[in-house]
Write a protein that binds this ligand. Structure first.
Ligand SMILES: [Fe+2]
Length: 322
């Protein structure tokens, strides 16, 4: 039975959310368009604080992309000056304020409320969630965020601008993003997932407007296309151990494929535990951040070619035992 639910920040159908947040996009409501922390003036103040704290880390701007099949590294970085936010209408720019809670304490209180909501929505304890942070995305008219996948779970909430379209595709459709592309994403290339226009109809298209949010499942491909309006939106992100474990399986699969095997994707074979444990064994024992958590193991794997041959031997030994 479905229950309507309205939390501190978001509102949606609670039962559907707990059942489905890993597998499909879900629409939510919010009131952030009337929240004093998310006016252009307050965000400009946050941008000033970001620049003072460490401009390059927390405030990033680049020339706007317009094609859905662009790579992120096609674009040029712009100087992230705080007045950019007030001038987005006259520019062709894309900008983000990352981890606002880490340099502006007002946003830390907001994040705490949002994470409480997320815990109730997903049925996951806060202690299980990692990488909890908020990012504000800002875009000039007609700027796009190309087709891509992300490791984390994400709720994208529209705050300003009502001409934006968000399209979210199913995360487990291997026609849309092949197994090799997911493996490449986790090892060598953040833009490995390629847009396939002939499969566009498999996506759910959301016309975004203030007060509306959409949850995007981890590894759920998506693109964003802005209309004739400036867009400001908030992204609330978190990860769970099950997503991190799956990433490690994909990373081992990448190397098994390079060694000539055809590995089963996570959940489809008998060796998931062996693969995840193998990479955990290679990883930094007490990771300080998500980069170390997800990539320290595979970084060690990538270095010497002899290790690749070692995996082949390890894998053959495992196969022989079963
Ligand atoms: Fe994304």
């Amino acid at each position: 039975m479905a229950h309507d639910w309205s939390g501190r920040v978001f509102s949606t159908d609670l039962v559907a959310f707990q059942d489905d947040f890993r597998f499909r996009s879900i629409r939510l409501g919010h009131k952030l368009d009337r929240h004093p922390l998310f006016t252009p003036e307050r965000l400009t103040l946050a941008a000033e604080r970001a620049v003072s704290a460490d401009g390059g880390t927390y405030f990033h701007a680049s020339a706007g992309l317009t094609r859905l099949d662009s790579r992120f590294d096609e674009t040029n970085a712009l100087r992230p000056f705080p007045e950019l936010i007030a001038n987005l209408r006259y520019l062709s720019a894309w900008a983000k304020l990352s981890s606002l809670d880490s340099f502006d304490s007002d946003y830390a209180d907001f994040l705490s409320d949002a994470i409480s909501d997320l815990s109730e929505l997903t049925g996951q304890p806060k202690s299980a969630m990692s990488e909890k942070h908020i990012t504000v995305f800002m875009a000039s008219p007609n700027v796009s965020t190309p087709f891509h996948i992300d490791h984390d779970f994400n709720i994208l909430a529209q705050i300003i601008g009502s001409e934006k379209r968000l399209c979210v595709f199913p995360p487990n459709d291997r026609d849309l993003v092949t197994q090799e592309e997911v493996e490449g994403f986790y090892v060598t290339d953040m833009s490995a997932a390629k847009y396939k226009p002939h499969l566009q109809t498999r996506g759910n298209l959301y016309p975004m407007e203030p007060g509306m949010a959409v949850s995007i499942p981890p590894l759920g491909p998506h693109w964003v296309q802005n209309g004739n309006d400036v867009s400001i939106s908030l992204s609330l992100v978190m990860s769970l151990p099950e997503f991190d474990r799956r990433a490690k399986i994909h990373q081992v699969n990448y190397h098994l494929r390079k060694a000539g095997f055809r590995p089963a994707e996570p959940g489809a074979g008998s060796f998931d535990n062996a693969k995840a444990n193998f990479l955990t064994m290679l990883s930094i024992r007490k990771p300080m951040n998500q980069r170390e958590l997800l990539f320290s193991g595979v970084d060690r794997l990538r270095l010497p070619a002899r290790v690749l041959r070692g995996i082949g031997r390890h894998w053959r030994a495992l196969s022989a035992r079963n």
